[in-house]
Design a protein around this ligand. Structure first.
Ligand code: ATP
Ligand code: BTN
Length: 260
């Protein structure tokens, strides 16, 4: 039986229970791949796939997401938005805001956001967000994959430090409480996002921005890195980089942000 019991989760979701349809699996390749396949069969907005174990959990650009069943929470959520894909600019940053708010609801202090899609404790990555889109005539379906460490992974092969909730919250809340807190905040942020886009979340994102006014470098695959000072984000979620030749906007795409 999977560690997560949808009936127990439903109790924790209270008035939000009707907005989600949760399926819990022992194992899948990737909850995002699984939900993407289900989205082709037109499953409803609010569908969630949570898995104890992923054989091919992934981050951006094919990087791996590593997690052990009892050490993490790995799930994906399908959300349908009206309008063209351009309306979803900044969605992955808005997801970061929802995660930060939920973790704060649970009593975690010091949650910080790193552009575009990481949730940090100090300099270490606590959670990652992967947003993938599919559009049709009705609008856009976003599959939002989230990996959150309850305990920091001990696995070799991580290129940057990782953090777990247990470093800042003991005892670590039951996974049903954690997932319910995340889903409730995600629904609230998506409702607001559907009206105002990322602009309505920008100040909450900026208040938690990990590297504000810090020297950074931005590297796109196969190009030489651009150096500058990180000035936060604009209403579309683009990174504002203050360079020797002026401010430039950087869109998430295939770039990596690192400390200089
Ligand atoms: P970028 O800044 O380019 O987005 P990133 O390091 O955040 O870089 P992603 O592809 O967004 O890269 O995320 C995947 C990365 O997350 C992997 O390269 C791996 O180093 C790291 N990672 C994998 N599993 C975990 C985990 N459980 N906890 C923290 N970090 C992890
Ligand atoms: C990142 O940091 O780049 C994103 C990591 C996202 C990992 C989650 S785990 C649940 C979902 N399924 C996946 O294969 N990836 C996301």
């Amino acid at each position: 039986m999977p560690l997560l019991d949808p009936a127990r989760l439903k109790d924790r979701l209270g008035p939000f229970a009707g907005r989600f349809d949760v399926d819990a699996l022992d194992l899948c390749d990737s909850t995002s791949s699984e939900l993407m396949r289900r989205s082709a069969r037109n499953v409803p907005s609010g569908s969630v796939v949570v898995a104890d174990r992923q054989s091919a959990g992934r981050g951006r650009r094919g990087r791996s997401w590593l997690s052990d069943p009892d050490a993490g929470l790995t799930f994906s959520l399908l959300w349908k938005f009206a309008g063209p894909p351009a309306r979803l600019a900044g969605l992955s940053l808005a997801v970061g805001v929802a995660l930060a708010l939920a973790l704060e609801d649970l009593g975690v202090a010091g949650v910080r956001l790193k552009w575009p899609n990481d949730v940090l404790l100090g300099e270490a990555k606590l959670a990652g967000v992967l947003v993938e889109l599919a559009s049709d005539r009705q609008g856009v379906q976003a599959v939002i994959g989230i990996g959150l460490n309850l305990r920091a992974p001990v696995a070799a092969g991580l290129d940057r430090p990782a953090a777990g909730l247990e470093a800042v919250l003991l005892p670590v809340p039951d996974r049903h409480d954690v997932l319910a807190a995340l889903l409730v905040r995600l629904a609230g942020v998506f409702d607001a996002f559907a009206v105002d886009g990322f602009a309505g979340q920008k100040s909450a994102w900026m208040a938690r921005h990990a590297w504000q006014d810090q020297p950074v470098s931005v590297a796109a695959e196969g190009e030489s890195p651009r150096a500058g000072t990180c000035r936060g984000v604009d209403d579309d979620g683009a990174l504002l980089l203050d360079t020797a030749s002026g401010w430039v906007r950087i869109y998430a795409g295939d770039v990596s942000l690192r400390r200089a």
